[in-house]
Design a protein around this ligand. Structure first.
Ligand code: HEM
Length: 129
């Protein structure tokens, strides 16, 4: 149940990020939506870390070690990418147009990694019958 609640939050974050990219030309809205998505994601990671042992013990879920490692690596890389998004985004906001290409490329990479994080979470935690 808790795993499902977290995967629902994970899906909402992905959808929020897609919405943020759709409205990318409306700067203020884009920045607000992306900030909420990134902060929510960090809070989700904290929730998972704080309740991980509890989930594994109490829930009817078991982990696939290899997939869990792959999933965690992708999730950590995504959070590192958030740092680059904030840095390049702030430079864009201050008027540096040379950074736009990097922000765009990193932005699509970040979205792809975030979707991969969501997908691999289903492989990492398998519900036990
Ligand atoms: C995960 C986070 C983010 C993603 C995936 C993302 C993605 C994107 C993408 C794909 C664009 C379009 C670039 C283009 O086609 O030229 C864009 C534009 C932009 N982003 Fe982000 N972004 C993120 C976070 C941020 C943050 C945190 C800021 C500010 C601090 C920011 C500021 C901007 C600005 C100012 C633009 C230009 C909007 C315009 O065309 O006027 N972004 N972003």
């Amino acid at each position: 149940m808790e795993t499902l609640a977290m995967q629902c939050q994970s899906l909402c974050i992905v959808l929020l990020m897609i919405a943020g990219i759709i409205v990318r030309r409306r700067r203020q809205l884009h920045v607000k939506i992306m900030s909420v998505a990134m902060i929510w994601d960090v809070i989700l990671i904290l929730q998972i870390e704080l309740s991980r042992s509890a989930i594994l013990k109490a829930s009817k879920a078991m982990t696939n070690e290899l997939m869990l490692n792959i999933h965690v690596s992708i999730a950590v890389s995504t959070v590192v990418l958030y740092g680059f998004m904030i840095y390049t985004g702030r430079r864009l906001l201050s008027g540096d147009q040379r950074i736009r290409k990097s922000h765009r490329a990193l932005g699509w990479t970040t979205l792809s990694m975030r979707i991969l994080t969501f997908v691999t979470s289903f492989w990492a935690v398998v519900p036990r019958e």
